[in-house]
Design a protein around this ligand. Structure first.
Ligand SMILES: [Zn+2]
Length: 345
């Protein structure tokens, strides 16, 4: 590679985009979501066991230990299962506020063979990171640019994407400052941007306008968790028309219950139907998919579906739901490749 060739930045160094295999675009391997947990469930303090894992999974945010992924050996074993099922890379979006560990990701990548592309930036204000509250827009932008160009925080592990940038339902001023800074970093570095959006369709549109007005690229802005945000085809098509990237990243959550809002979550088949409708309207290159694993009970070790679920259980049903091999390849390889490729500038 010459210095002008596109590359994908993994935690173990840059790789040639042509070598990228099937890629999950939104996962967490090491993280601690506990600060944002809603309320304690009745079994919050119990050790996870076969007897209680269904209930903890159901109320997943109310159990302290469930919200903590911190065991590198377990993580490497889980990612080895992903590798064995044909997965080759994942994007790890644990950012400031939910305990990022870039050096740990590098060790897990080396142990499992899975290429990991790390995110950088700031989660929601609720995660209460003092830096996020006190720093200026300019400082936050500089930090993210440094994370991409030189290494996350004081590590030498470079980020390959910006985000997930936390925008809570209130979309607070502090969160707007962080998103503004992230757009500046997107423009400066050419990296794609991932947004954890509010749970309201109209706020989604506000955010697209915000990014657009700042000169950010919507075609390199990925909106996470569309599964819990857009419920009608009409809204979905209107959103697709903004040119933004639409991410279905709750694959494997087959329960309609959602702890953060009174909505009914879709199951995998419903996600695939929404994706099919988008593709039929010409939006194939705007869709990404993933599982957003961020709790213990979603790991194989604790009775969950694990990181290999899409590879093992979702891709095989897609042909009978009308997806061609070329479309599956676009979703799993070509689109991630385009979104993760960068050039030095
Ligand atoms: Zn996430």
């Amino acid at each position: 590679m010459t210095s002008r060739d596109p590359f994908i930045q993994t935690v173990c160094g840059p790789i040639d985009p042509a070598t990228l295999g099937p890629t999950l675009m939104h996962e967490h391997v090491l993280c601690d979501l506990a600060p944002r947990a809603l309320r304690q469930s009745d079994i919050a303090e119990e050790k996870i066991s076969l007897e209680n894992c269904w209930q903890i999974r159901h109320e997943w945010s109310g159990h302290r230990d469930n919200c903590l992924l911190d065991d590198e050996d377990v993580a490497a074993a889980e990612l080895s299962c992903l590798y064995a099922s044909g997965g080759r890379a994942l994007v790890e979006l644990t950012v400031t506020g939910i305990a990022p560990d870039p050096q740990g990701l590098r060790r897990i990548s080396a142990a499992s063979g899975i290429a990991i592309i790390a995110g950088c930036g700031f989660y929601t204000e609720e995660s209460r990171d003092d830096d996020l509250l006190e720093s200026s827009e300019d400082d936050l932008a500089k930090r993210m640019i440094n994370d991409v160009r030189h290494g996350i925080g004081d590590s030498d592990v470079r980020a390959g994407i910006i985000g997930e940038i936390g925008c809570s339902d209130a979309w607070t001023r502090v969160e707007q400052k962080a998103l503004h800074a992230a757009v500046v970093a997107q423009i400066e570095t050419g990296a794609s941007l991932n947004i954890h959006p509010p749970r309201s369709v109209e706020k989604l549109f506000e955010i697209t306008q915000f990014i657009d007005q700042l000169g950010g690229k919507l075609e390199r802005s990925i909106f996470s968790h569309i599964d819990r945000t857009i419920f009608t085809l009409d809204d979905l098509f209107r959103f697709a028309d903004t040119g933004s990237v639409i991410e279905y990243d709750f694959f494997g959550i087959e329960s309609s219950y959602y702890p953060f809002k009174n909505i009914d979550l879709p199951n995998d088949a419903m996600r695939l139907k929404m994706m099919r409708s988008l593709i039929d309207r010409g939006h194939l290159s705007q869709i990404t998919l993933s599982q957003d694993i961020c709790t213990k009970t979603r790991l194989s070790r604790y009775g969950g579906h694990g990181y290999a679920h899409i590879m093992k259980n979702v891709l095989p049903v897609m042909p009978r739901m009308g997806f061609s091999d070329a479309e599956i390849d676009a979703l799993m390889v070509a689109t991630p490749c385009r979104l993760l490729s960068m050039v030095y500038n």
